[in-house]
Design a protein around this ligand. Structure first.
Ligand code: ARG
Length: 300
């Protein structure tokens, strides 16, 4: 049995001189965008996880799990909220709203029509809060932070393609932030977004499920991360969305994972917080899919 831990006790940043609880040290807190699961359900099938799960999720259980995630995240970061909208049950997965850095948001162009209705609400949200909003040509699909993850220092953007996001979107991302984009081909339909099988972590670590990638992509990962920095996830943990992790400082917040993987993370000084998110896995998402990282704190 895995217990849900509370991060309140001591999430510390990797730099030991930089404690978030020392009031004399100004700390730039991370901010995440979330969407309450008030209208969440599985009402169509656009990935293998949703098959057989139409109307099987419990809204009250989903609300409890989301609240648990929200309260854990609130202890290590600021949280901004966007209102859920009727007919858009996947809007709770805000990682797919777009990708934001330095006040610039590249909005998503969803691959499936079932989610395209979300685009206007995410656009409004960012425009109303003063972000520069970049729109890609309609025919180029791009699913936001679900498929694009910045390295810890922001100089590299890891970007997935082959399932939802088109490779042709990557050059727009590179031009927007003047960053190197490393394109990774996703070959397994169960791991249809990069954030379901790959997570760059603080301290220069990376956690990933190798079979989700083709061999040229695996080589790119191995070229950029030394062996001792790679945390390989096996299939049972990958199926528990172990790579779908929210990482702030040395805290990692994720669904329930094996003892073996949580010890591997703990050995590397990560503080592991497991929050059961089974109701969201029925739609093909877990911790990381339920948040989008923002570079500035926005008063609602
Ligand atoms: N049902 C949603 C979809 O298929 C789940 C999205 C999960 N989000 C993510 N960032 N992996 O689009």
């Amino acid at each position: 049995m895995v217990t849900t831990m509370n991060v309140g006790i001591s999430p510390v940043l990797n730099d030991a001189s930089f404690s978030p609880f020392d009031p004399s040290v100004p700390v730039q807190r991370s901010t995440f965008l979330m969407c309450k699961p008030t209208l969440y359900e599985v009402s169509y099938v656009i990935n293998p996880w949703m098959a057989g799960n139409i109307h099987t999720s419990s809204r009250s259980k989903a609300k409890e799990q989301w609240k648990d995630l929200y309260s854990n995240i609130s202890q290590i970061a600021e949280v901004s909220l966007i209102d859920p909208k009727p007919g858009l049950p996947d809007m709770v997965f805000t990682a797919n709203a777009g990708l934001e850095r330095n006040g610039v948001t590249v909005l998503s162009n969803f691959f499936h029509k079932e989610r395209q209705g979300e685009e206007q609400y995410f656009r409004q949200w960012f425009q109303n809060r003063g972000y520069d909003v970049v729109t890609l040509p309609r025919e180029i699909s791009f699913e936001g932070e679900g498929d694009a993850l910045f390295s810890e220092d922001g100089t590299t953007l890891w970007a997935g393609y082959g399932q939802r996001t088109m490779k042709s979107s990557h050059r727009y991302l590179s031009n927007t932030w003047n960053v190197e984009v490393v394109s990774l081909y996703l070959q397994d339909s169960r791991f249809y977004h990069l954030d379901t099988c790959f997570a760059p972590l603080t301290g220069g670590f990376v956690m990933y499920y190798p079979p989700a990638f083709d061999s040229p992509s695996l080589r790119k990962i191995e070229d950029r991360f030394a062996k001792e920095k790679r945390i390989l996830v096996d299939e049972p943990d990958a199926m528990q969305f172990a790579c779908n992790v929210i990482n702030v400082g040395n805290a990692v917040v994720l669904n329930e994972i094996s003892k073996n993987l949580s010890s591997q993370l703990a050995e590397r000084a990560f503080y592991v917080v497991q929050v059961p998110l089974g109701e969201f896995i029925k739609a093909g998402g877990a911790a990381k899919c339920l948040v989008m990282k923002l570079s500035k704190s926005i008063p609602d």
